[in-house]
Design a protein around this ligand. Structure first.
Ligand code: FE2
Ligand code: FE2
Length: 144
């Protein structure tokens, strides 16, 4: 197992986290694979920049742990884009012992929609990587 896999090993083998495979996130990518891709890119960037690569990698793997199909409104309150960061953080906190920085990154990964920015550089990187990976998923779908 390499370092990246070791950091998220407990997360990617968790029964609830694996449920993300059931939900489509962007285009043909499921939530689990989207989070995995964001986590890997965050890991690489944070290593290169000598930042807290463990916290950003773990937070990235959990950042979309909302566990519902966001295309179906149901009885959820508020708009998914604005609310799912908090929802993912609440779900992840019940399963893992998260530090303050990880919780902040998950909650605010939709910045600037969250208005209040992330408290850490790692949080800004996660918001950027999330958008970068979502764009890749869209392009992969459009040019398949
Ligand atoms: Fe998200
Ligand atoms: Fe995301």
């Amino acid at each position: 197992m390499n370092e990246f896999e070791t950091i998220i090993n407990d997360i990617i083998n968790n029964k609830t986290v694996l449920e993300m495979k059931k939900y489509r996130q962007h285009f043909s990518t499921d939530c689990f694979n989207h989070c995995y891709d964001v986590a890997y890119n965050c890991y690489k960037a944070a290593k290169k920049l000598k930042l807290d690569y463990v916290s950003i990698t773990r937070a990235a793997m959990l950042h979309d742990l909302f566990l519902y199909d966001w295309r179906i409104k149901g009885d959820r309150k508020g708009l998914h884009a604005f609310t799912h960061g908090k929802c993912a953080c609440d779900n992840a906190s019940k399963l893992f012992d998260l530090n303050e920085k990880e919780m902040d990154m998950i909650k605010k990964h939709m910045w600037p929609l969250t208005i209040i920015p992330p408290k850490s550089i790692e949080g800004f990187i996660l918001t950027g990587m999330d958008k970068y990976c979502a764009s890749k998923e869209m392009l992969k779908y459009v040019f398949r």
